[in-house]
Design a protein around this ligand. Structure first.
Ligand code: ADP
Length: 433
């Protein structure tokens, strides 16, 4: 079994995450994927060869809003109950698994200080979660306690985040996968790095010579990033000011609210939207799927824009010209986000020598360099469900890399990859594995 060490970006090295591995594992494995607006429970049946998932079942549930700011016990009890129902429903009619404990991968997509492959401490919440009693606590222990309270016996075999899960599935399906990117409610990425290129990990060798680096890129910041007064206000009024700066420019949780802020300012400074609607002052009332629907409205009269302005923002009777202006605002905000995400992806490719610039010497042009097929696994509702966002991201990749290089870079959607990958890694680290 080849192996990869997992480095969580906080300088803490967990145990080994195998080289995605799961070539010989057979049996049924579970995963729980928690990290945004929805959580998923999953069950995967493995057939024993690479890329041989015999079957998979996924159940998605929205996280009730009040649980995002309640107590860890409330949150995990809710999750454990859902998991229990799922397991019992799936197993009804089949033999109870008495021979072997059920193995579970926990995909938990918040910044964690990884202590081992199956334990880690929550550093901070992001994406609108704020459960104070959980910060600084060991996550797997809290889940296991809730499972015991619900009378469900499962062994948590791995603790990973959505990027590592997505990379695991991506690599299981396609060995050319070098990185995983999530662009959903939040955003993050991880990539495969040569172990000897990681300064913090000097001396810790792996048989594969590689490690997975969890970038936590949502928290990236640089003074070169284009922050407007709308971004500054959004950040100041968020539950986590001065934090997750890159994420606040890019991800689905925030884009709709940036557009709301721009419309509010325009409405206050002019009369183009009529009297200022009180709805415009309600944070997050304009969710990103609504922004997408306005942006992608191709009706000549922009009927969808009109409907959303009326129904969501209580702004009525605006002229076609103003509706066009709203579409333009959506376009600017979305295009900026997509281009920043593309720049992040190119940053990874550059770091690992897959941006086509490696090895260019003495007069050789970019097109002379033999570029290896390079796959980036990608997941998240903003990328998968918002066509304009996706197109702008691809356009920017082509623009930055150049078409000769970009044609070798494949963004591959791994549906439910973060959870399925969690189950694959649970298989790789199962007590019998
Ligand atoms: P999560 O990141 O919450 O685990 P997803 O990957 O499904 O789950 O991403 C959900 C996010 O994707 C939503 O919060 C929303 O911002 C965004 N999203 C979902 N559907 C659309 C859509 N049609 N258009 C634009 N954004 C969308």
């Amino acid at each position: 079994m080849t192996e990869i060490r997992y480095w969580n970006g906080e300088g803490c090295i967990g145990k080994l995450i195998s080289d995605v591995v799961v070539r010989s594992e057979i049996g049924t494995y579970y995963a729980l994927d928690l990290g945004g607006t929805n959580f998923r429970v999953l069950r995967v049946q493995l057939g024993g060869r690479r890329s041989s998932i015999l079957s998979q079942d996924v159940e998605r549930r929205p996280i009730p809003r009040h649980l995002m700011t309640s107590t860890s016990e409330d949150l995990f009890d809710f999750i454990a109950s859902t998991l229990k129902q799922f397991v019992e429903k799936e197993e009804s009619g089949s033999e109870p698994s008495s021979v072997r404990a059920r193995e579970l991968g926990l995909t938990f997509s918040f910044p964690v200080k990884q202590l081992s492959i199956r334990s880690g401490i929550l550093i901070k919440w992001t994406k609108g979660f704020a459960i104070e009693d959980m910060v600084g606590e060991e996550v797997v222990g809290l889940l296991e306690a809730a499972l015991i309270r619900r009378g469900l016996y499962m062994r948590v075999a791995v603790l990973v985040n959505d990027t590592a899960g997505t990379l695991a599935l991506g690599h299981y399906d396609d060995a050319d996968t070098v990185a995983a990117v999530i662009i959903g409610t939040g955003t993050n990425a991880c990539y495969l790095e040569r172990a000897d290129a990681i300064i913090k990990c000097q001396g810790l060798l792996t048989t594969s010579g590689c490690m997975v680096v969890n970038m936590e890129w949502g928290n990236f910041w640089s003074s070169h990033l284009p922050r407007t007064s709308y971004d500054i206000d959004l950040d100041l009024e968020s539950p986590n000011p001065n934090d997750q700066g890159f994420e606040k420019l890019i991800s689905g949780m925030y884009l709709g609210d940036i557009v709301r802020r721009v419309i509010l300012r325009m409405s206050q400074d002019s009369d183009i939207f009529g009297p200022v609607s009180s709805r415009l002052s309600i944070p997050f009332i304009l969710q990103t799927p609504l922004l997408a629907a306005m942006h992608e409205d191709d009706s000549p009269e922009l009927k969808e824009v009109d409907k959303i302005l009326k129904e969501t923002l209580e702004i009525s009777e605006v002229s076609l010209k103003v509706r066009k202006l709203v579409v333009r605002i959506c376009d600017v905000v979305t295009r900026r986000a997509a281009r920043l995400a593309a720049a992040g992806i190119v940053g990874i490719l550059k770091k690992i020598g897959r941006d086509g610039s490696g090895g260019i010497t003495g007069g050789r042009s970019r097109s002379d360099v033999k570029m290896r097929r390079t796959v980036v696994a990608i997941e998240g509702g903003l990328y998968t469900s918002y066509t304009m966002f996706r197109e702008y991201l691809h356009e920017a990749l082509n623009e930055i890399l150049g078409e000769d290089v970009a044609q070798h870079v494949i963004l591959k959607v791994t549906e439910d990859g973060s959870g399925i990958g969690g189950a694959l890694l649970a298989a790789a680290y199962s007590s019998g594995g």
